[in-house]
Ligand binder design. Structure first.
Ligand SMILES: [Zn+2]
Length: 214
């Protein structure tokens, strides 16, 4: 995931060629040539230390190193920064998002995710807003096989990681979650950060048909 996706930004869309008059184009061409000349004069080492200074400002108060933010920037992002198109506010927002994403990758709920929601693919999740969603920020955890903190108890019978034995209600967890010697009872409610809905598509169809029949 690029930082533009994290922040929902696309700075590249803010191109300078928004007007079409010939004069404007000439002026823009002159500016473009001046940009090239300016870039040719630049000292990469100086630029780098200036960028790290800006990033240090953005990381103030966060458990994050400027080099970690720099690693998240693509070469075109650095070019945008050199052109003054990336503000300190944007870098600060990026640094905060990176810390949040890192915490979420470790299965930690962000402080402002206080509402219980339901993701079509992840099941019950903590979000900043309640309700049902087709996808959520925890989907990144699901795809990367990382834990998802849950706002409520779940049942093994609804989980794709539940492998049934010959017994009608007993099975085992294919993710190796702790279980009694005899196995897991499918209808028991329990907290589980490795739970994933067994058939999210079917759940959606079921809900749709419920709405139709109402
Ligand atoms: Zn999700």
């Amino acid at each position: 995931m690029s930082w533009r996706q994290i922040l929902g930004l696309d700075i590249s869309a803010e191109g300078p060629f928004t007007h079409n008059s010939q004069n404007t184009q000439k002026a823009e061409n002159r500016r473009y040539c001046a940009d090239i000349a300016d870039f040719a004069r630049r000292d990469p080492e100086q630029d780098d230390s200036r960028l790290l200074e800006d990033l240090a400002e953005a990381c103030k108060g966060l458990d994050l190193q400027p080099s970690e933010v720099k690693a998240a920037l693509a070469p075109e992002d650095i070019t945008d920064w050199l052109k003054g198109r990336v503000t300190t506010e944007t870098l600060t927002a990026l640094a905060r998002s990176l810390v949040q994403r890192r915490d979420m990758d470790q299965g930690k709920r962000p402080d402002h995710y206080t509402e219980r929601a339901s993701c079509e693919h992840c099941g019950p999740v903590w979000l900043w807003t309640p309700g049902e969603v087709l996808g959520c920020p925890w989907c990144w955890n699901r795809v990367a096989d990382k834990p998802i903190p849950r706002p409520c108890a779940v049942r093994c019978s609804d989980c794709r990681h539940f492998t049934r034995t010959a017994h009608p209600h007993i099975g085992h967890c294919s993710k190796g979650m702790p279980e009694p010697v005899c196995g897991l009872w499918d209808m028991d409610s329990r907290y589980c950060d490795r739970y994933l809905p067994s058939d999210p598509g079917l759940r959606g169809k079921r809900e749709a048909s419920n709405k139709v029949s109402k």
